[in-house]
Design a protein around this ligand. Structure first.
Ligand SMILES: C[S@@+](CC[C@H](N)C(=O)[O-])C[C@H]1O[C@@H](n2cnc3c(N)ncnc32)[C@H](O)[C@@H]1O
Length: 239
């Protein structure tokens, strides 16, 4: 089946977002996010540019919104520990299936796992130095997206930064992801939603221009390789 990648497929739904999704498939998907994120999400770039320089100035509070299996939070915790730095990291997800799975696999990383929406943390008056998300924006409806941007701007402290990281939709990304995951469909990715949901996610994701059009003032869009988007905001910009 061919899809028109020139239009955002906002009505498509990832299988993992189904509350009745097969739990075995879902948990294998959380497990495989670690491989996918290591290959495409460049967590090291987020760490080197936005986290490590701040951590060198003192202990940090970091919030990972829509943390899923929690692997990006645990990767950040491992990098901080390797560099002799410290941070309190909260992995937040609205889906209790994800939080339960992630919390059981912390493996000594020391990440805090919490099932909640970001707005609950806003109501509690929480503040963080670095607020980030990975592969969450494209899951959201237009009003959920605006809510997430408003909440994350309120959750960041004056010298902090918000970085929402996601896929940039393109024909090339769709074709490459399709080919790469086809090779591993019957081995590494078997019994997970990684291949199917990844293809849907690329169709649902934004182009840099589309994201810039829906972002409120104060947010900046950056494009990066391979087919990555960042929506950024400094903490000293009034929400
Ligand atoms: C594709 S997963 C990405 C997980 C992880 N960030 C990663 O990069 O592997 C998207 C996650 O966002 C969560 N999510 C979606 N909307 C959310 C919201 N409004 N607040 C918190 N989490 C949300 C989902 O439950 C899901 O676990």
């Amino acid at each position: 089946m061919t899809h028109d990648l020139s239009i955002r497929a906002s009505d498509a739904r990832e299988l993992m977002d189904d509350p009745h999704a097969d739990i075995g498939m879902l948990e294998r998907t959380y497990e495989r996010f670690r491989v996918v994120n290591a290959l495409v999400s460049a967590p090291g770039r987020l760490y080197r540019r936005d986290i490590r320089p701040r951590a060198r100035r003192g202990p940090l509070r970091i919030l990972d919104i829509g943390a899923g299996g929690g692997d990006v939070s645990r990767m950040v915790a491992a990098k901080l520990r390797r560099d002799g730095l410290s941070a309190e990291i909260t992995a937040l997800d609205a889906d209790e299936r994800a939080i339960r799975w992630a919390a059981e696999r912390d493996g000594g990383a020391g990440v805090r796992y919490r099932c909640a929406f970001a707005e609950e943390l806003v109501a509690e008056g929480e503040k963080f130095d670095v607020v980030f998300s990975n592969h969450v924006l494209h899951h959201l409806t237009p009003s959920e997206l605006q809510g997430l941007l408003q909440d994350s701007a309120r959750l960041v402290g004056a010298d902090g930064v918000v970085v929402h990281r996601d896929i940039a939709r393109s024909r090339a990304a769709y074709a490459l992801y399709g080919a790469a995951t086809w090779l591993f469909a019957s081995t590494l990715l078997r019994g997970s939603f990684i291949r199917e949901d990844g293809m849907i996610s690329i169709r649902r994701s934004y182009t840099p221009r589309e994201l810039a059009e829906v972002a409120p003032p104060g947010w900046a869009v950056r494009f990066g390789l391979p087919s990555r988007l960042e929506l950024r905001r400094n903490g000293d910009t009034a929400p």
